[in-house]
Design a protein around this ligand. Structure first.
Ligand code: DON
Length: 533
């Protein structure tokens, strides 16, 4: 039979293992191929590779894979021998395929995480509260029961549920992105000569300015109108809008998933008395940059609000922010780190309007809502989440979007200050491999007990690890301490209420281990506490 990939890989390449431009060694390619190979065949099918990628959330159309779309349509028939498999890996981005097959993406157990997201979606979908916006008449014509959630991690792992392929108007979700654009174009010093960075504490279209006669921040209407005035003012209107669409396309992975809802645009501009009032009020106060054309600015603002997309794309945009300005599925930098820092800071303090304080307290993540029911949620260095449900609360935020966010941080350690309570037993951390916390805890505790390292046992106990935790063979810390005759460890564990009679996979108890080790003092201590053989 032909040499297997692993046998081939054992042959030194030119006398030494050379890594290729992805930094991968021949032997690594062989292990990855072997992992997918089955039935002793010396080939796999393209569908086998795609299934392994999709199991961890990497979609077959992920641009980084550079797979041939024609072959994707017939993937179950496309044979990949070892050389063709290697070719795909060598021409895909970095170590993406390797990390996916080895379970090393940012959320290793992506399937479990998606099951939990699905559970939260179904739970929150029962919430019927809220009303769709009608002050822009066209928005009032949306199906109020639409509900979609999409996830994109900083590794580019994607998941969607519900009406995730239906477009909705981004509305105020354009505001943080417009703010990023003007920061990139002018820098924060110039931008903040024209807009503040304080929460307003009032509704999103409040007719107020701060003590410097500037809009409080870029996330409310007044501030967003201001930042719109600063987006490429030298361009004509068509080029300005094209510039904005190109920026959105970059942060959503160049999937050409952006549209424009002209009905909403026309509906908004015909009913925008408040925004016109805000514009003239700021003009009266001299808040705008010199030579600003107010009417063009307002038109441009309405156009930015009427951009539409779906939650798949919106989640990628959120993930670009979570990934410090680099789009996870293209690996292209759309904005600088400092721009993202400033943007997330103001999303965190102002993104949910007069609910921002409560959102920061309860959920503790940067977010931005939109009056068409969109909500962009950013979990820095981990993922972006996009939610769309048109029914709003009195602050103009999606009711289901907020309920989903509350339930998410109740289950996962995503709140910005959950980092202060590492290993919180009440919250999950999806960055850990399946059972990693438990496995790490049991292994660490057993090692410390076997070494007689009481301080380390105490540290592990303080981290909330269960002292009765057993490893794969059912061996507990008490087994190991008894085997090695560490009475001081046993005394500490007994004092903490340890189970004295656990049995490992061979039926042994700690007392039996103490007898095997002829540890007389340990035997006396265990028997004095009524341990059994
Ligand atoms: O200017 C307006 O009122 C809308 N185009 C945007 C407001 C909005 O999305 C508020 N967010 N919840």
């Amino acid at each position: 039979m032909a040499a297997t990939a692993k046998e081939k890989a054992n042959v030194k390449v030119n006398g030494s293992d050379r890594s290729d431009f992805n930094g991968m060694m021949e032997v690594e390619y062989s292990y990855l191929f072997e992992c997918l190979r089955k039935n002793k065949e010396d080939y796999i099918y393209l569908s086998d590779l795609i299934n392994a990628l999709e199991a961890v959330g990497i979609r077959e159309n992920d641009p980084r894979l550079k797979l041939d779309p024609a072959e994707l349509d017939i993937a179950p028939q496309v044979v990949l021998d070892y050389e063709k498999f290697k070719h795909i890996l060598k021409h895909s981005f970095g170590g993406l395929i390797k990390d996916a097959i080895q379970g090393n993406l940012i959320i290793p157990d992506f399937a479990s995480f998606c099951r939990e997201i699905t559970e939260i979606y179904e739970l929150t979908n029962k919430n019927k509260n809220g009303n769709v916006a009608t002050y822009i008449p066209q928005l009032g014509r949306v199906d109020p029961d639409k509900y979609a959630i999409s996830i994109c991690t900083v590794s580019g792992q994607q998941f969607s549920i519900g009406d995730s392929n239906e477009d909705f108007c981004i509305q105020s979700i354009c505001k943080p992105i417009n703010y990023c654009m003007v920061l990139e174009e002018h820098g924060e010093d110039i931008v903040h000569q024209h807009v503040g960075r304080e929460p307003s504490g009032i509704g999103f279209n409040g007719l107020v300015l701060n003590e410097n006669s500037l809009p409080h921040n870029p996330m409310i209407n007044a501030g967003a109108i201001m930042t719109c005035s600063m987006v490429k003012p030298e361009m004509d209107m068509a080029d300005r809008f094209e510039y904005v669409l190109n920026f959105w396309n970059k942060i959503t992975g160049n999937q050409n998933s952006l549209g424009f809802n002209n009905s909403v645009y026309l509906s908004e501009k015909e009913t925008a008395d408040r925004n016109f009032a805000l514009g003239y009020y700021m003009k009266e106060k001299g808040a705008f940059p010199e030579n600003t054309n107010l009417l063009s600015t307002l038109e441009f603002y309405f156009q930015c609000c009427s951009i539409q997309t779906d939650t798949n794309a919106m989640a990628i945009a959120a993930a670009t922010l979570a990934n410090s300005g680099i789009c996870p599925i293209t690996n292209e930098r759309a904005m600088e780190n400092n721009t993202v820092k400033n943007c997330l800071s103001l999303m965190n303090s102002c993104g949910m309007y007069d609910f921002s304080g409560e959102f920061a307290f309860t959920i503790g993540l940067p977010a931005k809502s939109g009056v068409a029911g969109g909500l962009m949620l950013v979990i820095p260095n981990l993922m972006g989440i996009a939610i769309w449900s048109p029914k709003l609360d009195k602050s103009g935020n999606s009711v289901k979007g907020i309920e989903f966010s509350k339930e998410l941080v109740k289950r996962y350690n995503f709140h910005i200050y959950d980092s202060l309570t590492l290993n919180n037993p009440d919250k999950k951390d999806p960055r850990l491999k399946r059972n990693e916390a438990k496995i790490d805890g049991a292994i660490s505790l057993n090692w410390a007990a076997s070494e007689g390292n009481l301080l380390e046992v105490q540290h592990i106990y303080a981290r909330g690890i269960d002292i009765n935790m057993a490893d794969y063979d059912g061996r507990t810390a008490l087994h190991l301490a008894a085997s090695e005759g560490h009475e001081h460890i046993i005394a500490y564990l007994i004092d903490k209420g340890v189970n004295l009679n656990p049995r490992d996979r061979w039926g042994n108890t700690p007392l039996q281990d103490a007898y095997k080790g002829n540890h007389d003092a340990t035997i006396l201590l265990l028997e004095a506490n009524h341990a059994l053989k």
